[in-house]
Design a protein around this ligand. Structure first.
Ligand code: ZN
Length: 97
């Protein structure tokens, strides 16, 4: 399944996981590699967001942040911008009996 446009993560902070891979933390936005701003229009240089081209932005509106996550805030506008592309149906209504 090819995604129409792959969005990666831009975040306000970062930490290194047990596997040595950088992971996003803090405030998380969607960002397309090669662009200098997030999908919701924040300039990366001005907001000092870090880029994570190796981390796909696959957060959904239904995602719940747990205490173990280092992520404190998922930008709802970026979630809307990525889920509107429609290749992933995040609302699954079960048929009524
Ligand atoms: Zn955003």
């Amino acid at each position: 399944m090819a995604r129409a446009r792959a969005a990666s993560v831009a975040a306000s902070s970062e930490y290194t996981g047990d596997d040595g891979i950088r992971r996003p933390g803090g405030e998380v936005h969607a960002w397309t590699p090669g662009m200098n701003q997030t999908l919701c229009g924040l300039a990366l240089s001005r907001t000092r967001l870090r880029r994570f081209p190796h981390v796909p932005f696959d957060f959904k509106a239904t995602d719940v942040i747990t205490a173990e996550d280092r992520i404190g805030y998922i930008c709802p506008r970026c979630v809307a911008a990525t889920s509107r592309r429609g290749e992933r149906s995040w609302t699954r209504t079960s048929p009524r009996p």
